[in-house]
Design a protein around this ligand. Structure first.
Ligand SMILES: NC(=O)c1ccc[n+]([C@@H]2O[C@H](COP(=O)([O-])OP(=O)(O)OC[C@H]3O[C@@H](n4cnc5c(N)ncnc54)[C@H](OP(=O)(O)O)[C@@H]3O)[C@@H](O)[C@H]2O)c1
Length: 324
């Protein structure tokens, strides 16, 4: 097998495309022939030693991928060679093959495209847990999605629409705004040009959004929170912009609003039954055509430098795939 190996986590430039012995799966594992892996923001942080989980060296980055089961460990039940599957974790995806614990493998429903499966569970799972579970989104509410053209953001736009809400997509340029309208957003705000507070006042008749979905953080967070509606819910998902915002505590008091933390990885670990229900609803919505990842680009697995550069420079719209 071949894999991008990280033995010096100083950035993507230190990754090496390496020939490795193809591993036999341990008793509880399956070996997957990888079809495609998607790039998620944490993949960027992991190879820079900046992510909260620090894998032991050397490791193969790549937190989400799809493929076909090629070999089974002796104790594995319920999966067979040839099954089409996807999996999420922290490592392993930027390679031709990976051995994964069978418990972490998601068999794909018939008709679920392998490209889509490589870029689905991480972002759609996060946004579904955030909006439906943590915010308790109700039909007819208004949702503001920040970073709406990114992976988590684009999933949030589609999920909020599937849940019967009105969606305002905020993103940093006109091309991304147009992309978000294509995803189903009812209106957009160009945060690179418009004043967020003024634009939100106009878009909501002064009421403000009921729910704010924020995978970006940074300087827009406080302005967004100041615009939130009475009894609003502000979803803290990530800090792609870098700085972690700090908020004066009088603001949630004045709005009767909640700041709601979202940690999807721990939700998956701590609440496996709720996670399976969330995934089942998403698979159902996928079958009905209500959600579908928008593939930004399909690059060969060898083009990892180009893929990381595209994400770091905020060019990715939807999901970027590395394909074998
Ligand atoms: N809490 C959880 O459970 C959970 C789960 C998954 C992901 N996350 C986090 O969510 C965040 C977004 O992940 P993602 O996969 O959606 O990333 P992504 O596809 O790269 O999207 C991130 C968006 O953030 C905006 N952004 C603003 N400043 C940026 C900067 N300096 N560098 C890069 N992007 C910047 C960009 O939108 P504009 O150009 O429109 O501003 C970009 O589209 C990450 O911090 C990730 O770690 C959290």
């Amino acid at each position: 097998m071949q894999a991008w190996l990280c033995d010096n986590p100083i950035g993507v430039e230190a990754l090496r495309w390496s020939e490795l012995p193809t591993p036999a799966p341990a008793p509880s594992q399956v070996r997957i022939a990888i079809h495609a892996a998607s790039l998620n923001f944490p993949d960027l942080l992991t190879v820079q030693n900046k992510y909260q989980v620090k894998p032991p060296l050397p490791f193969v980055p790549g937190s989400e991928f799809s493929g076909t089961v090629e070999a089974l460990g002796a104790e594995v039940r319920g999966l067979k060679v040839g099954d089409r599957v996807a999996t999420i974790g922290v490592t392993g995806g930027f390679a031709t093959h990976a051995c994964v614990d069978a418990a972490a493998v998601m068999p794909l429903p018939p008709g679920f495209d392998l490209d889509d499966a490589a870029g689905f569970a991480f972002t759609y799972g996060t946004s579904h847990h955030a909006l439906i579970d943590r915010a308790g989104l109700r039909r007819g509410e208004t949702v503001l999605v920040l970073g709406a053209a990114g992976g988590v953001g684009s999933a949030a736009v589609q999920i909020a629409k599937a849940a019967g809400t009105r969606v305002i997509a905020a993103t940093s340029n006109d091309e991304k705004c147009e992309f978000c309208r294509g995803l189903g957003a009812d209106s957009t705000i160009n945060t690179g040009r418009d004043n967020l507070r003024e634009a939100l006042k106009l878009a909501t008749d002064g009421k403000g959004p009921d729910v704010i979905c924020d995978p970006v953080g940074g300087e827009l967070a406080e302005a967004a929170f100041r615009s939130i509606a009475w009894r609003g819910r502000y979803l803290v998902i990530g800090f792609a912009a870098g700085p972690i915002p700090a908020l004066p505590w009088n603001l949630p008091l004045l709005k009767g609003a909640s700041i709601v933390g979202v940690f999807w990885g721990d939700f998956v670990r701590r609440e496996p039954k709720a996670f399976r229900q969330s995934l089942a609803e998403l698979f159902g919505w996928y079958a009905e055509g209500k959600v579908k990842p928008s593939i930004d680009s399909r690059l060969p697995m060898s083009a990892i430098g180009q893929a990381y550069a595209r994400m770091a420079s905020r060019e990715v719209r939807g999901k970027l795939l590395l394909v074998n």
